[in-house]
Design a protein around this ligand. Structure first.
Ligand code: BGC
Length: 445
C-alpha cells in the first residue's frame, strides 16, 4: 500500500510519460480550469477526520477506541466523504459557492514514517481536480488536529524534531499536489491549546482526569512513554514546536510547485473583560490565547479567523454565560456579533488579508442557523464597509459530522447525513446560504 518516497513517481511524471506514448493521454491529462481567488470567497469548511471516515492510522482513531476514552463515541465511517467527496463537491457547487475548504489527512499520506502512500496522494489529487472542475477554489488545511499514530508515539509536537517531520510531509504533499492547490493553511487553529489554557473552567475535573487516564493508557498500550496527541498535549511544550513547524512548512510549500497564498487559522473568540479591571483583563487574556501567533500570521500571506462565540472574564477567570442567554448545542453563548469583533481584532493586529475561515452554529433548530448566517453576513458586510479587507466567509460545516469528543451529538451542518446510509439531505439553511452567495456573486451590470 505504501511506497518509499524515493521510488514514488510524481503524478506529473506518469502523465508526461503517458503523453509521450499516447496522444489520447495528452487529452485526458489536460488540466481542469483553475479556480482563482479573484472574488470574495463563499465556502464551507470540512476536515478529514471529521468527515472522511475510517481514519485508522491516526492518533484520534486509536484514542476513540480505547477504554477509557475522552470521546463520546468513535468516528467510525463519519460521513464517508473519503468515497463520497464528489457528491459533497456537487452540493457545494450547486449551492452557488466558489470555495471548498478541506483537510488533507497526514496519516493517510504517511501511514508509516517516511513511507508515503501514492494512492492517498492520488485521492487528494482527484478531490482537488474535482474542486477546479466545479469552480470551487480548494483551500487546503495540512493539519486539522489529527496526526499519524506513529507521530503521536514518538512525542508528537512535544519533541523538537516533530516540526521537521511535519514539514517533510508538507513538502512531499506539495511536490505532488501543489499545482492544484488554491490556498493553504498549515495548522487549523494553531492557538487552540493556548485557548484551552485560558479556559480551565470549561473542563470539569472528571473530564480532565478521564483525558489524562486515556493518554496514560495509550502510553502503556503503545509502549510509547512520550505518546502525545495534539488536542490533549501540553500547550507549553507544543506551542514553540508548532511555530517552528509552521515556519518550516510555510517555506516547504513556497518551494512549489504552485504559487498560492499560505497562511494559518486562529481560534478567535470575542474576549470581554468584566469589572473595574475590564481592559487589563481583556488584554491579558488576548496575550495568553494568541501568544506569538499574531507575529506568525504577520509573516504569512493571510490569516483565517475562526469564531464561535464570546468569552467573558473577570478577575477570577472565565465567567459563565449571562443568565437567560441562548446557548448553542455546544453549551456556549449564541453570539454572532463576535464575528465582527474578531474580524476587527484580526485587522487591527495582522496586516494581511483576513478570511473568515470558520464560523457556524451547533443546533438542531435550522431556523437558528439561518439567523446565525444572516447575522454573520451583516457583521462581515459592516467590516467591509469600514474598510477591513475581509476576503471570504466559509461556513462550518457543509455536513453534520464528527464533533471530536462530543461525537455526533452537536450538528453544525448545512446538510444532514444519515448515519446508516450516508444519504445527504439539504437543510433550508443550505439553500439560504447558497442564495446569499449567488446573489452576492452576481455581476453588477
Ligand atoms: C474546529 C472544528 C470544529 C468546530 C466546531 C473548530 O474549532 O476547527 O474542527 O468542529 O470548531 O466546534
Amino acid at each position: 500500500m505504501t511506497r518509499d518516497a524515493t521510488f514514488a513517481p510524481t503524478r506529473r511524471a506518469v502523465t508526461a510519460a503517458l503523453a509521450g506514448l499516447l496522444p489520447a493521454a495528452r487529452l485526458l491529462a489536460a488540466p481542469a480550469p483553475r479556480a482563482e481567488q479573484t472574488d470574495f470567497l463563499w465556502g464551507t469548511a470540512i476536515s478529514g477526520h471529521q468527515s472522511e471516515g475510517g481514519n485508522v492510522h491516526s492518533d484520534a482513531w486509536f484514542l476513540e477506541n480505547l477504554t477509557p476514552t475522552a470521546f463520546a463515541e468513535p468516528s467510525g465511517d463519519a460521513c464517508d466523504s473519503y468515497h463520497r467527496y464528489a457528491q459533497d463537491l456537487d452540493i457545494a457547487a450547486a449551492l452557488g459557492l466558489n470555495c471548498y475548504r478541506f483537510g488533507i489527512e497526514w496519516s493517510r499520506i504517511e501511514p508509516e514514517p517516511g513511507r508515503f502512500s501514492v494512492a492517498a496522494l492520488d485521492h487528494y489529487e482527484r478531490v482537488l481536480e474535482g474542486c477546479h472542475q466545479r469552480g470551487l477554489l480548494p483551500m487546503v488545511t495540512f493539519n486539522h488536529f489529527t496526526v499519524p499514530l506513529w507521530f503521536a508515539d514518538r512525542g508528537g509536537y512535544e519533541v523538537a524534531d516533530g516540526a521537521d517531520l511535519f514539514a517533510r510531509f508538507v513538502e512531499r504533499t506539495t511536490r505532488t499536489l501543489g499545482a492544484l492547490i488554491g490556498m493553504a493553511t498549515t495548522f487549523n487553529e494553531a492557538n487552540i491549546l493556548l485557548l484551552r489554557k485560558a479556559l480551565p473552567r470549561f473542563a470539569t475535573d472528571a473530564a480532565a482526569a478521564n483525558a489524562r487516564a486515556m493518554i496514560e493508557t495509550a502510553r502503556r498500550k503503545r509502549g510509547a512513554p512520550l505518546f502525545s496527541s495534539y488536542l490533549f498535549g501540553d500547550p507549553d511544550r507544543i506551542d514553540p514546536v508548532l511555530r517552528d513547524a509552521h515556519a518550516k512548512a510555510y517555506r516547504a510549500i513556497k518551494a512549489g510547485p504552485g504559487d498560492f497564498p499560505v497562511g494559518l487559522t486562529l481560534s478567535m473568540q470575542q474576549i470581554d473583560g468584566v469589572g473595574p479591571n475590564a481592559d487589563r483583563i481583556r488584554t491579558d487574556v488576548e496575550k495568553l490565547i494568541y501568544g506569538e501567533w499574531i507575529d506568525a500570521a504577520n509573516q504569512s500571506d493571510f490569516v483565517g479567523v475562526q469564531t464561535y462565540s464570546r468569552l467573558r472574564f473577570d478577575d477570577r477567570g472565565l465567567m459563565p454565560s449571562p443568565t437567560g442567554a441562548e446557548l448553542t448545542a455546544m453549551g456556549y453563548e449564541y453570539y454572532p456579533a463576535a464575528v465582527g469583533a474578531t474580524l476587527r481584532y484580526a485587522a487591527r493586529h495582522i496586516r494581511k488579508p483576513v478570511y473568515l475561515t470558520e464560523t457556524g452554529i451547533g443546533t438542531d433548530d435550522d431556523r437558528r442557523r439561518i439567523a446565525f448566517i444572516d447575522a454573520t453576513v451583516n457583521e462581515v458586510r459592516a467590516c467591509i464597509a469600514d474598510g477591513i479587507d475581509v476576503k471570504g466567509y466559509i461556513y462550518w460545516s457543509l455536513l453534520d459530522n464528527f464533533e471530536w469528543t462530543r461525537g455526533y451529538g452537536p450538528r453544525f451542518g448545512l446538510v444532514d447525513v444519515d448515519r446508516e446510509t450516508f444519504v445527504r439531505t439539504l437543510k433550508p439553511s443550505a439553500r439560504h446560504f447558497g442564495a446569499i452567495a449567488r446573489q452576492a456573486r452576481r455581476p453588477v451590470k
